[in-house]
Design a protein around this ligand. Structure first.
Ligand code: NDP
Length: 315
């Protein structure tokens, strides 16, 4: 293969993990090149208010925060490139990355911050209200606050849904939990927390037919998949917690990952199983998935990459 360019550090992905890695790498004279990915800015571009990122007393919108992070990374000479990576070759010692026009670049160190994508039900009404900022969300911790004292529904029966339902129960008047089978997938401990919350009503064997509302969510039409009986829930917010998919398919021939695709890092570091390849953010995090934790691991990845380059005598 013909290599067009060589860099000390290539960062793949442009969410809070990628930009934080870029800020640290650039300040360490690693001249990082960032390849933004299909959704520049990552999942926060789908968020309205971000009220839980330290340092913004009045809150900030996701897109504005990502623009600020981009400016900060560029202030320290990060080269931000639009585009996405189609293939990698981590056979080493120099790592190779192919971008969408077919060109290959090489890098002494690679920081992966490709994130994860929330899964959605795929209903037209759900996606329309999500895109309009009309009360459909895949993150209760991010958006639950806006439904203080109101009635909401959450779909899913795993640990995330159970955890988010109990989180919402503390803020909201009533939480309907829509579960498609007659049992939870969540651990017993998480189920008990749901059962103990007096304002959570679990609706088993049920699926969402439609999220109701023109501009804002006003309800959800649900159907019992055993009796086929339909009913309507009056709600102001509709949360989806049916799992995430890490964006790691292009790494599967090279990097160790769990059965869902979350990359495995050496505990306490950002190091993957390949020397010089580091991971940060949601691509390796199925538990916390917050902008601040992604930023923290982005910093770790850049510091680990800097030490790696120093150990190889690359300056
Ligand atoms: P899971 O894949 O574990 O659960 C997804 C849930 O969504 C399942 O109950 C599934 O139903 C349901 N679901 C999937 N598709 C649909 C659909 N189209 N319509 C309705 N329901 C649907 O994902 P989680 O995000 O909950 O958890 C991911 C991993 O992270 C797990 O390993 C979990 O244990 C871990 N985790 C741990 C936490 C903790 O320990 N505190 C917190 C959060 C996550 P069904 O059961 O019928 O398949």
């Amino acid at each position: 293969m013909e290599i067009k360019e060589h860099h000390k550090c290539v960062i793949i992905g442009s969410g809070p993990a990628g930009y934080t890695a870029a800020i640290y790498a650039a300040r360490a004279d690693m001249s990082p090149v960032m390849i933004t990915g299909m959704q520049p800015g990552g999942q926060l571009m789908d968020t309205t208010e971000v009220d839980n990122f330290p340092g913004y007393p009045e809150g900030i919108t996701g897109p504005v925060m990502m623009e600020d992070l981009k400016k900060q990374a560029e202030r320290f000479d990060t080269e931000v490139r639009s585009g996405f990576v189609t293939e990698v070759d981590f056979s080493g010692p120099v790592h190779k990355i192919q971008v969408e026009n077919g060109d290959w670049v090489s890098a002494d160190s690679v920081i992966i911050s490709t994130g994860a994508s929330a899964k959605w039900l795929g209903l037209e009404s759900e996606l329309r209200l999500r895109d309009a900022g009309g009360g459909v969300s895949a993150c209760a911790v991010c958006d639950g606050f806006f439904y203080r004292g109101k009635d909401v529904a959450i779909v899913g029966a795993g640990d995330t849904a159970a955890e988010e339902a109990t989180y919402l129960a503390k803020l909201c008047n009533k939480v309907y939990m829509i579960v498609r089978r007659d049992e939870f997938r969540a651990s017993k401990a998480m189920q008990h927390r749901v059962e103990k919350a007096e304002n959570i009503e679990v609706i088993f064997n049920s699926e969402t037919v439609e999220v109701l509302g023109d501009e804002y969510v006003v309800g959800a039409k649900i159907k019992n998949n055993v009796t086929n009986e339909e009913g309507t829930l009056k709600i102001d917010g509709f949360f989806v917690a049916i799992g995430h998919k890490p964006n790691t398919d292009i790494f599967k021939n090279w990097l160790k990952m769990d059965d869902v695709g979350y990359l495995l890092n050496k505990p306490g570091t950002a190091q993957t199983n390949v020397d010089g390849v580091f991971v940060s953010g949601d691509a390796a995090d199925k538990t916390y998935r917050q902008a601040i934790t992604a930023a923290g691991t982005g910093c770790m990845a850049a510091l680990d990459a800097e030490r790696y380059l120093a150990s190889k005598g690359i300056h």
